[in-house]
Design a protein around this ligand. Structure first.
Ligand code: NAD
Ligand code: UD1
Length: 346
């Protein structure tokens, strides 16, 4: 059985779907601070399978102990955490508590129960402003905000843990820019308030919920001057977690791997691709650079192919098509009303 922390969230829900489809048993632990149980309900309906869903916090040691006692957990996929860069600058302690303390508590309890296989959500943000692209895993790391620092700290803690006890099997997955939605249009990204990230913002402009897109700068040293990123379809990303779980089955130690496509796309390219996918015009204005942004960031995905036997399959047309399907089928995101059966371990 796989414990998925933060499984109701954007990437977690897509990963739960793929896990169920591959016949894994899944128990989700989520406090729903940035998600709704509806996503899991929809995953169950899509797959025609069941998960165990526990409402609770990954920092709650007593609850974790109950979970590990009640279920035969073989491995953990750890998504639970906070991810808003701006908010992390305003409220650093909340970020360090949730992301770092949560990750430490989880592994302490895992060790108590002899469960030592772990897949962790890291981020390309650990590379800071890279000296060159494509980015390889051995590039220097460095961060510019508490969110990024919390990810880097957890990476370091987990590496130290695997040195102290080499029987740990840990995959540190550095995601590039996850976008898109499941092809059914039934699950997707449901940001609170005004989206910070490009793709959900474009989707809301296309649906008429926002008037225009601000493009943060067109004076970067990129082909058209706008920022270049490695957008990866969330289904490809989800499958990367299954590949990591497989790879850890016969490998002690730590795998540190980029999950990206290796392709960089500019903001303007994404706007065109979304217009083509949706048939809608995306009005935009060029605005000043966003503080903290970098020009170009995309992965060298070779190590993931080598170590995990995984590579991204879907391109930006599929990403935009599926993001648009999700957006048009769910203009206001998830409804609160669809519920899954939750277990109470209180
Ligand atoms: P998300 O906010 O949609 O999902 C995170 C889930 O964790 C949510 O369901 C939330 O309710 C839950 N959660 C948060 N704190 C918790 C806690 N203390 N206890 C239990 N549950 C908790 O985010 P996502 O986009 O799915 O990201 C998943 C992970 O991947 C995060 O760790 C994030 O930092 C990381 N990541 C995301 C991106 C991205 O662009 N989406 C990029 C790189 C890394
Ligand atoms: C953001 C996070 C980063 C995280 C990454 C992956 C910030 C500062 N960084 O990075 O930590 O790892 O997401 O999810 O939030 N853009 C616009 N207009 C918009 C929104 C974005 O022009 O309204 C541009 C940005 O300038 C950038 C590109 O679109 O060039 C992508 O932006 P975004 O989706 O926010 O991702 P990142 O900046 O890569």
């Amino acid at each position: 059985m796989i414990l998925v922390t933060g499984g109701a969230g954007y990437i977690g829900s897509h990963t739960c779907l793929e896990l169920l489809q591959q016949r894994y048993s899944v128990v989700v632990l989520d406090n729903f601070c940035n998600s709704k149980p509806t996503s899991l309900h929809r995953v169950e309906n899509l797959v025609g399978g069941k998960m165990t869903v526990v409402r609770g916090d990954v920092r709650n040691r007593a609850l974790l102990r109950k979970l590990f006692t009640a279920y035969q957990i073989d491995a953990v996929v750890h998504f639970a955490g906070l991810k808003a860069v701006g908010e992390s600058v305003q409220q650093p302690l909340i970020y360090y508590d949730n992301n770092v303390v949560g990750s430490v508590t989880l592994t302490e309890v895992m060790a108590e129960y002899g469960v030592k296989t772990l897949v962790f959500s890291s981020s390309a943000t650990v590379y800071g402003d890279p000296a060159s692209v494509p980015i390889r895993e051995d590039f220097p790391v460095g961060t510019t905000n508490p969110y990024g620092s919390s990810k880097l700290m957890v990476e370091r803690i987990y590496r130290d843990l695997a040195v102290a006890d080499p029987t740990w099997r840990i995959a540190l997955l550095r995601y590039f820019n996850p976008v898109g939605a499941h092809q059914s249009g039934m699950i997707g990204e449901d940001p609170n308030g005004i989206p910070n990230n490009l793709m959900p913002f474009i989707a809301q402009v296309a649906s008429g919920r926002r008037e225009h897109l601000n493009i943060w700068g067109n004076d970067y040293s990129t082909p058209d001057g706008t920022g270049v990123r490695d957008y990866i379809h969330v289904t490809d990303l989800a499958l990367g977690h299954l590949a990591a779980l497989q790879a850890l089955q016969d490998k002690d130690g730590v795998l540190t791997v980029n999950l990206g496509t290796g392709q960089g796309h500019s903001v303007l390219e994404m706007v065109s691709a979304f217009e083509a996918a949706s048939g809608k015009k995306i009005p935009y204005r060029i605005a000043p650079r966003r503080p903290g942004d970098i020009g170009a960031c995309y992965a060298d995905p070779a190590l993931a192919a080598q170590l995990l036997g995984w590579r991204a399959e879907l391109g930006i047309d599929a990403m935009c098509r599926d993001a648009w399907r999700w957006q048009s089928m769910n203009p206001e995101g998830y409804f609160e009303t669809e519920r899954v059966q939750e277990l109470s371990f209180a």
